[in-house]
Design a binder for this molecule. Sequence first.
Ligand code: PGA
Length: 264
Amino acid sequence: MSRKPIIAGNWKMNLLQSEAKELFEGIKSFVKDYTAPQLPTVVIAPTYTSLCAVESVKCDCGCGKNKIYVAAQNCHWEKSGAYTGEISVEMAKDAGCDYIIIGHSERRQYFSETDEMINKKAKAILAGGLIPIICCGETLEQREAGITDEHIATQIRAALSGISSEDVAKSVIAYEPIWAIGTGKTCDSTEANRVIKMIRNVVKEVAGVQAADSIRILYGGSVKPSTIEEQMSQSDIDGALVGGASLKADSFNEIIANTMKVSV
Ligand code: PGA
């Protein structure tokens, strides 16, 4: 089954509104030469304060898709209330988001997010009609201890617990080995593909074969224009969640262009 690739840029806590706007314009001017069916699904995830400085870009070929989608980097699972500093799914949607990244290792590590919280967020996002990009990944210690697969399977089972197969099928997972994030060390493509296949098997176990075939599973961790072609030529890698290289229009656009060389 062919799955549409996704190239998602996670801007993390970077860029003022004017800078976000400039980066957005740089990506927009690249995608204008293509239709959405030619492009991978392009997603950008600015900070909350820059969500309104960017916008999704509709395709005009009649396909009904966007050339650029907007994502929030996090959300709360409750609809509203006394949760200082948080935003709801509806607020993200109201600010133009179609996707929300959840469970990024930086949130797990620095803000003590648990698998249970990530599961609640995934459910709230899907109930609100948006798509979760659920991150998972192992630390270097876990990899060296030989418990990578076990750890990731636990994260995925917990994140998808109680979600219907239909909703799992439209979700996105990002496999991001923590030791590869922001370090310049990418995970070997065949190894990333092996772990992603293992994740797909876990999805099959919990949500059935159709969901496993449809769900898009990305690789993240020091993705660059020079690494994406090899990553995209693997059987099970459906795209990339890009941090550092998404902060410059040139490198992000080159990642999109190189993705189109291999698949779409
Ligand atoms: P990186 O970040 O591309 O800078 O390694 C990836 C991520 O954290 O999503």
